[in-house]
Write a protein that binds this ligand. Structure first.
Ligand SMILES: C[S@@+](CC[C@H](N)C(=O)[O-])C[C@H]1O[C@@H](n2cnc3c(N)ncnc32)[C@H](O)[C@@H]1O
Length: 473
């Protein structure tokens, strides 16, 4: 039995039927309808368990799932991932043998069944249970009986347990129902205090939507009208004069105006970062030390049309995407990119502004990318902190005297934020913090003591941290 499980875990990734024994067949005799969505959700969930992002896996199998079933699969798998620890807890209460006593196929079916039957109203519980039993039968004949029995008990008794957890005032239940790992919830409570920490945890059960940055020279009102006519209801953001808020999420390529560079999908928290520079007057040489796919590089270039820019990143594919992004925005001639380690590369100029959008845990974007939260450990957080401190030290070495360094992360952990700034400042006596522009500060929470946070307190804004520093003579 153990041997068999090991093999299953090691099998290469593949399509919906790949790891079934025997001839390829639908687990439900080729039925159309919800089963295909459920089967796809199971495949994606298994890929996520192996370290992939759900969005990536959904894309990879999209041509094997009918258009009608795609949203079903996505909704199901994301409900599972968002509150993984909650479903695990509920499954554990009904599975008397404990989850280590059953095969991975049984565990997967139970997790999908718990999330689907208790959170989503799209599924008729009987249909969902039958589909999961059939799916399990193809992998673990005996296990299918367990799935049948346990899921029927969950459908019956699960709502009461869920209601109990929803009502509970226990801190661990708050974390579980909000989909925040307990260790992270404790860390936020200790960083932000009891009331604020709990409020932050609760924000994690709120949905997310897409925001669009409007390029300079584009009429925002007209753009909103265009999007609406194209089937994407949108409104002008009351918080930022160049942001549009969509009602939901959408693939950028499907949006009117995207190909022409008129709009760029970006969360509002990330859009405010370049505003921190804007309060510091003019810049002529800007360095983006971790340019990634060029999201903020493009905005910096648009905000400072007179400046030359250089962008670096360790990842070749990301820099390739950044080059493409500059073309889309029509600013290719303004930015030079290099692939390499920012701790070693040398800029072609002495920058008067350095953006360090550091690699981080991404904890501020957990509502958008829920897989990452279950993978992160406190050890990894410490490794991020060490890397970020080195990168910030390098940014301060590179910037001109009197120049500006903007350090930012999409993390809500002090270990990646205030503590990194404190470490960098403790190494040099010539670094001081600058006050960002008032319109930015007024939307933020003060870090303790360094920097500012945005919180994920509306669907278009993520958790984000920024600290503006300068090197004095
Ligand atoms: C938060 S992302 C940057 C996102 C980007 N600024 C944007 O707005 O789209 C961090 C980036 O840092 C890059 N990175 C990590 N370590 C690096 C290093 N030592 N040198 C250069 N880039 C690095 C990663 O490849 C990743 O693209």
């Amino acid at each position: 039995m153990i041997e068999k499980r090991k093999k299953e875990g090691n099998r290469p990734h593949g399509g919906i039927d790949r790891d079934r024994k025997g001839p390829r067949k639908s687990a439900h005799g080729g039925d159309k309808g919800p089963l295909r969505g459920i089967e796809a959700a199971l495949e994606v969930w298994r890929e996520v368990r192996r370290g992939r992002f759900a969005s990536e896996s959904l894309r990879a199998i999209s041509d094997r799932v009918s258009e009608k079933d795609r949203p079903l699969a996505a909704t199901l798998v994301y409900s599972l991932i968002r509150r993984e620890s909650l479903w695990k807890e509920i499954v554990g209460r009904f599975l008397k043998t404990g989850s280590s006593g059953v095969s991975p196929a049984v565990r997967d079916a139970l997790m999908v069944g718990a999330a689907g039957s208790l959170e989503l109203r799209t599924f008729e519980p009987r249909v969902l249970v039958n589909a999961l039993v059939e799916w399990t039968k193809c992998r673990d004949e005996r296990g299918a009986r367990v799935v049948n029995a346990v899921l029927r008990r969950i459908v019956e008794g699960g709502p009461e347990i869920l209601a109990e957890i929803e009502r509970s005032v226990a801190f661990s239940d708050l974390a579980m129902r909000s989909g925040v790992p307990l260790w992270a919830a404790k860390s936020w409570e200790s960083s932000f205090g009891r009331i604020e920490g709990r409020a932050l945890i609760e924000l994690h059960s709120q949905p997310v939507s897409l925001a669009l940055r409007v390029s300079p020279g584009v009429d925002r009102t007209e753009m909103v009208r265009c999007l609406g006519e194209g089937g994407f209801p949108a409104v002008e953001s009351p918080d930022l004069p160049f942001s549009i808020r969509l009602e939901g999420t959408a693939l950028p390529t499907g949006l009117p105006g995207y190909d022409e560079g008129k709009i760029t999908p970006q969360s509002e928290s990330s859009m405010v970062a370049p505003l921190a520079f804007a309060g510091r007057g003019k810049f002529s040489r800007l360095l983006d030390m971790c340019a990634g796919r060029g999201g903020k590089t493009g905005q910096l270039a648009q905000t400072f049309p007179e400046a030359s820019l250089e962008g670096w990143d360790l990842s070749g594919p990301r820099i390739k995407a950044a080059v493409k992004e500059m073309k889309r925005l029509g600013i290719s001639d303004r930015v030079n990119f290099s692939v390499g380690d920012s701790l070693e590369l040398a800029p072609s100029f002495v920058p008067d502004g350095v953006l360090l959008d550091a690699p981080c845990s991404g904890s501020g974007t957990w509502r958008r990318h829920p897989e990452s939260k279950w993978r992160l450990s406190q050890d990894e957080l410490a490794r991020y902190g060490a890397m970020q401190a080195k990168l910030l030290g390098r940014a301060l070495d590179l910037v001109s005297t009197g120049g500006t360094v903007l350090y930012c992360t999409c993390s809500l952990f002090r270990e990646e934020n205030e503590q990194v700034v404190a470490k960098a400042m403790s190494k040099r006596s010539d670094v001081v913090e600058l006050e960002p522009p008032h319109e930015l500060v007024s939307r933020c929470r003060k870090g303790r003591p360094w920097g500012y946070y945005t919180w994920p307190d509306n669907p278009w804004t993520d958790g984000f941290y920024m600290a503006l520093l300068t090197v004095i003579a």
